[in-house]
Every structure is written in C-alpha cells, then in structure tokens.
Design a protein around this ligand. Structure first.
Ligand code: HEM
Length: 394
C-alpha cells in the first residue's frame, strides 16, 4: 500500500522543498497510518493535539541498548521533566510577565543591525549564514552569560552540531557524528566552568541564576546544569534559524505581502505566527505509548514509535480554512509551531522576538532583492526543515 511508504517519502531528500502534498496524502489516508517499518504516522490536527496532551505518551524514544547519559528534559516524562523544565524556565522570568526576554528586545535589534551591515544594494548575502544563524547564537550566548569574546567558540560548536544533525537518515558518517558529540561535550564543559565562576559572583544572566539557586532542593546537579544549558543552546538556535530563513523565502515568493507588511508593520507579529503554521521549523516529533492506546478507532500498541507530523496538522483543512494559503492576518491561529502539551516550547517569546527583529530589518530590502536559487538547497534534516543556504541578491 502506498500509504505505508509515506514516512520514507516525506524524509526522502527530494521531498524537502515541498513535502506538503505528501502531508495531504497522509491526512487522506486516515488519522493513524501504519508504516512499513512498524511506526505509526499521525497527521491530523485533532489527533495530534490529543496525543501531545496524553500522559500515556512518552517523549523518550525506546532505543535498544544502554542509555549512556541522562537525556535532557525535552525527552523526559513527568514528574522529572516538570522539575527540570520549571527550573530551566525560571530565569526566563515569571510566566505572564515581560521578564528577561522582553528586556532583550533592544539587544536583539542591535545584534540584527550589526549583522545587517553586510546587506545592501548590489550585494549578495546568504540569509542563513550571514543572519539567521549568527543571530540566535549571539542571543542565546548573551542570555546564558557567555562573554562576547567567547561567542566565536559557540559558532564553531554550533557548526559541528549542525553538520552532525544534518546526516542523511541511514547514512554512515561516524566522523560528523563524533564531531557533533565532541562539540556537545566541550560546550557542556565550558558552560559548567562558567557557571562555577558565577557561583558566588552572580551577574544578570541565566548561568548565574542556575549556579546561585538558594534552595538546595531546587538546585541543578552539575550534569543537569550542563545538559540544560546545552539544550537551551541547541533548541534555541537550530529552530530559530529555520524560522527566519523560511520566513524570508516565503516573503520573497510573495511580494504582495512584503508590501503589505511595509504598509502595516503592526501585522508583523501575526505574520510570524502564520509562518510558524505555514512553514514551521519543526516538522515532526516522536512519541511512544506507555500502554496500548486508541487513536480514532485504531489501537496503537505500547512501545510503537508514533511520529506526530506537526507540519501536517498545521495544514489540516478540518482546523484551518484554506490551509495552503499564507495569510498574515489569519485569525485564531493555534498552530503546532511550538508543539503543545507539557513540552510546549518555552523559548517561544524569545524566538518570536528574534524572527520579528530579523524580518523587520530585512523587509525594506525584500522589495528589490531577488532569490538566487528557488528552491534553495535544503538541509538534509526532515524533522528540522529549512534551507541550508538562502542566497539573496540585494
Ligand atoms: C522558531 C524557534 C523555535 C521553534 C520553532 C521551537 C519549537 C519547539 C517545539 C516544537 C518544541 C516541542 C518539542 C516536543 O514536543 O517534543 C520545543 C520545545 C522546547 N524548546 Fe523550542 N523552539 C524554538 C525556539 C526555542 C528557543 C529560542 C528556546 C530557548 C532559548 C527553546 C527551548 C525549548 C526547550 C527547552 C524545549 C523543551 C521543553 C520541554 O520539554 O518542556 N526553543 N520547541
């Protein structure tokens, strides 16, 4: 049956520029679609929402063999996930208050302006390498408290991590994987060392907050601190880069919306939400049922790999009117761009500010700029989908 090969076809590199017709095929095939490899693919909005909220679904994929180190809380279940998530979130400021992230607005705009210096009429830039990558790296470094002179270290580690995350599924590239692991270890060691320096000598940054937690019952162990800081770094930039690059690509293909946003800049936050629905950076997440569960009449046995196609849910016509239309004024836009349920992204306010800052700075140039290649070359990764390069002639 063709539907059994959907996941293989979606992850095939040839589908990277436009996987959306395959997601339509997935939704037509049913809410829970078995794959030849024994996994189950879910692509309809309401079923994805229910599964993301279901405490019987574990975020920790059951891999064979020993787990060598404790996974970050992104892949842990409650109650342990809740403890670490709560601690990691605290330096972001109290919920529902502007907090630290809002206070970063000016800093984010300054970093954007510096990076934009290379952009001008007659010049060619790579939106990915020149803006979409370095912006989130600098922002997360400043939030964590990394001194400016060390940011270049993080760019190096980030490059190694990007390469290692960008391996073609099934392709054997031990060197790239090793370089990625090495980068993760070095970054963890660096951040732990910095946290130790901040202990007793706090500044206004996240590592200082982690290192100086007064309540011993809440304090992170060294291993947890390193794991959490590395998670914040990786989760915070592997995704934001795609949001900015996908956003620029979407707008360059639709000059009428560039004009609209220049005329009505107050629409920008809504346009960013629509980008998170229409071209989300995170296309799929995996979950595993801890017991047999029922999805719209289909029983999914305990231990099955369930792949939630968030990007397909975002285009489900049962939830969104004219889902294949990019509409920056779309009302009631409860997309899965940041996931949902207990693992809902808490970096969302920061990611939104960064994307708004980058797009606001680029908009005046997008009127006359043109894409050098359309479609652009994509990253291998089908789960975190976005262009590897986005060359634009100014
Ligand atoms: C456009 C940018 C971003 C996108 C699209 C994005 C998307 C997501 C998604 C879909 C999840 C849920 C994963 C799941 O359910 O398995 C998630 C979780 C997470 N994100 Fe983001 N994210 C972005 C930026 C950020 C930033 C800037 C940070 C931090 C500085 C961050 C930190 C996290 C963390 C720590 C989690 C795990 C939360 C948990 O397990 O409770 N993200 N993100």
């Amino acid at each position: 049956m063709d539907s059994e090969t959907l996941l293989a076809r979606i992850t095939d590199y040839a589908s990277r520029p436009d996987p959306y017709p395959l997601y339509a095929e997935l939704r037509d095939a049913g809410p829970a679609v078995w794959q030849a490899d024994g996994s189950c693919l879910v692509g309809t909005y309401h079923e994805i929402a229910a599964l993301l909220h279901d405490p019987r679904m574990s975020a920790l994929p059951r891999v064979s063999g020993e787990v060598t180190h404790k996974p970050p809380f992104l892949r842990l279940d409650d109650p342990e996930h809740h403890r670490l998530r709560t601690l990691a979130m605290r330096p972001f400021g109290p919920p529902h208050s502007p907090g630290r992230v809002e206070s970063m607005r000016g800093e984010i705009d300054r970093i954007t302006a510096e990076l934009m210096e290379s952009f001008g009429e007659g010049r060619q830039i790579d939106v990915v390498d020149d803006l979409a990558y370095p912006l989130p790296v600098s922002v997360i470094c400043r939030l964590l408290g990394v001194p400016r002179e060390d940011e270049s270290l993080f760019r190096g580690w980030s490059d190694a991590l990007v390469e290692s995350a960008d391996v073609r599924p099934g392709q054997d590239t031990p060197d790239t994987a090793k370089a990625g692991d090495q980068a993760r270890i070095e970054m963890g060691g660096y951040l732990l060392n910095l946290a130790a320096q901040r202990r007793g000598d706090p500044r206004d940054d996240m590592l200082s907050a982690f290192a100086n937690e007064p309540d011993p019952s809440l304090r992170l162990t060294d291993e947890e601190l390193a794991e959490t800081a590395v998670l914040l770094f990786i989760a915070g930039h592997e995704t934001t880069v795609n949001l900015i690059a996908n956003g620029v690509l979407t707008l360059l293909r639709r000059p009428e919306h560039v004009d609209q946003l220049l005329r009505e800049p107050e629409l920008l936050p809504q346009a960013v939400e629509e980008l998170l629905r229409y071209e989300p950076p995170v296309h799929m997440r995996e979950r595993v049922p801890l017991t047999d569960i029922d999805v719209a009449g289909t029983t999914i046995p305990e231990g099955t790999s369930v792949v939630l196609a968030l990007a397909s849910g975002n285009r489900d016509p049962k939830r969104f009117a004219e889902p294949d239309r990019f509409d920056p004024t779309r009302p009631d836009n409860q997309h899965f761009g940041f996931g949902n349920g207990i693992h809902l992204c808490f970096g969302a306010p920061l990611a939104r500010l960064e994307a708004q800052s980058a797009l606001r700075a680029l908009l005046p140039h997008l009127r006359t700029a043109r894409l050098v290649e359309d479609p652009p070359p994509y990253r291998q990764n089908a789960m975190l989908r976005g262009p590897r390069h986005l060359r634009v002639q100014g």
